[in-house]
Design a protein around this ligand. Structure first.
Ligand code: UN1
Length: 486
């Protein structure tokens, strides 16, 4: 083990219910580092279904007061929390790298991003404006006002253990909702850190509740009669089940699910820039982003040159302990995830894919997957269709721009796409014809700013989009007021 892996303190896990940090009485959970499962990052008892019920009751009890708190005051808690998160970026970024496996630079960046999201929403009261319509009747105005949903369930994935929770919890709170949050059980420590920042910022009891544990807790949240809304990011399979349950209960849901995002490199592209951005899009965070590039569409004339340069860059790409600052890529989240990804690569090869590049992870732990580039012969190949959620890139070649755009659209998903071209008319054509929620022109497929909408087209998302002005569409409901003097 390297020098940087000496942080071996195990943090005790606690749940946050009604303002108190309590020990869970459910099954024990050990949050281990995927780099070295011998390192226990955090450990403790998980929440029981009864804890979820207590948390829901606490969130309900706190809801009326919180909704009546002026939005500017609600925002002030977020601003204070943003300061606390920023002050801890170094320490929590390192914990993130240990617990989740992304590099320490990305971990620190993610913690700062969570702070940026909290700051953005802290000022929402300065931006939120209502609507006043004219009335066809004398002496009347028609107003549209917004109210919080009430008690919101938040279910978050492992891959952005603090940023995704922040981008759900910050708008939920500033728009006046109370929250019961279940993070992925692979990353409970970072969940505690965000909750800790909000508690230290003075958030009133019961406004945010954190329950750590298995998927059964999520089922309890979605089926709970006090639930007024549910926001989820994670796998398509779980998202669809939650959406079905929420629809059955008449509860609004926002679900951010899979992606199979393409990067399209046209013949006129700046190749050096395109290679660099595809490298980042496909392999940063070990490919574990719903916005990661997992399909690469190359126009014939530049395909060989592009792949040669990509191989060269990947040859310099260091895989290893993510807390070592010289490392570019860490493990995936667990050994079992790694095994599934390796099986997916094997199937793709058996289906006719050729290996354009395969990195070396020998001597590293079971959760390491070699960065892999596969040239796939057709659209039925698993590496072209299935979201592997790992460092695997499937490549196809095309003759024309039209064919490239058609292939970019050849997926049930439509989250993001990156187009590399210097031809403005091709960029404009892509805006019309590529069916995605997020289009990057000359930058990698991942990345999201807090002040603009985030979410996918087609099967990538369900319900209103997240972030920016879009967040209020989910976290509030409107009342149309016909207002006349008596
Ligand atoms: C990013 O591209 O930086 O689960 C954020 C995910 C997305 C967030 C992507 N909801 O990967």
């Amino acid at each position: 083990m390297t020098e940087t892996m000496t942080h071996t303190d195990t943090v005790p896990l606690r749940l946050l219910i009604d303002g108190a940090w309590i020990e869970g009485t459910g099954k024990d959970l050990e949050s281990t580092s995927p780099t070295d499962p011998g390192q226990v990052v955090a450990a403790g008892g998980t929440a029981t279904v009864d804890d979820v019920r207590t948390a829901m009751a606490a969130a309900r009890a706190a809801a009326a007061d919180w909704a009546a708190t002026p939005m500017a005051e609600r925002g002030a808690y977020l601003a204070r929390a943003a300061g606390i998160v920023t002050a801890n970026a170094e320490a929590w970024g390192t914990e993130l790298a240990r617990e989740e496996g992304k590099t320490v630079a990305e971990g620190r960046g993610e913690v700062l991003r969570a702070a940026q999201i909290l700051s953005y929403y802290s000022a929402e009261s300065d931006r939120l404006a209502g609507e006043v319509f004219s009335s066809p009747r004398r002496g009347e105005k028609i107003l549209v006002t917004r109210k919080p949903l009430g008690v919101v369930g938040v279910i978050t994935p492992f891959n952005f253990p603090i940023a995704i929770p922040a981008w759900k919890i910050a708008p939920a709170l500033v728009f006046g909702n109370t929250v019961v949050w279940k993070p992925a059980s692979a990353v409970p420590l970072l969940a505690m850190r965000l909750a800790q920042a909000l508690v230290e910022a003075g958030l009133p009891d019961g406004v945010l509740n954190l329950v750590i544990g298995s998927g059964a807790l999520g089922n309890e949240i979605v089926n709970h009669p006090e639930l007024d809304g549910l926001t989820f990011t994670g796998s398509t399979g779980v998202g669809r089940k939650l959406a079905a349950a929420a629809a059955g209960a008449g509860v609004p849901i926002q679900a951010e699910m899979g992606g199979k995002n393409a990067s399209v490199v046209l013949e006129d592209a700046d190749l050096e820039l395109a290679v660099e951005q595809v490298l980042f899009g496909a392999f940063r965070s070990t490919g574990q982003k719903c916005t990661a590039t997992s399909r690469l569409i190359l126009q014939e004339g530049i395909a060989d040159a592009f792949l040669a340069r990509l191989r060269e860059r990947l040859g310099q790409w260091k895989t290893g302990d993510p807390t070592d600052p010289s490392v570019h890529m860490g493990p995936v989240v667990s050994a079992s995830a790694a095994e599934e990804i390796r099986a997916g690569i094997a199937t793709s090869i058996a289906q006719g894919a050729g290996i354009a590049f395969e990195g070396d992870v020998s001597g590293l732990g079971d959760a390491f997957v070699a960065p892999t580039v596969l040239e796939v012969p057709d659209a039925v190949n698993d590496a072209w269709r299935e979201e592997f959620f790992g460092p695997v890139l499937a490549v196809r070649r095309v003759a024309t721009t039209e064919e490239a755009f058609a292939l970019a659209n050849d997926s049930e998903y439509g989250l993001s796409c990156a187009l590399f071209t210097q031809d403005l008319s091709k960029a404009l054509a892509a805006m019309e014809s590529i069916d995605v929620g997020i289009l990057h022109v000359n930058s990698e497929s991942a990345g999201a700013d807090p002040h603009v909408p985030f979410g996918g087209a087609k099967k990538s998302g369900y319900g209103p989009k997240e972030q920016g002005g879009a967040a209020k569409e989910f976290f509030t409901h409107t009342t149309t007021v016909y207002l006349r003097g008596a």
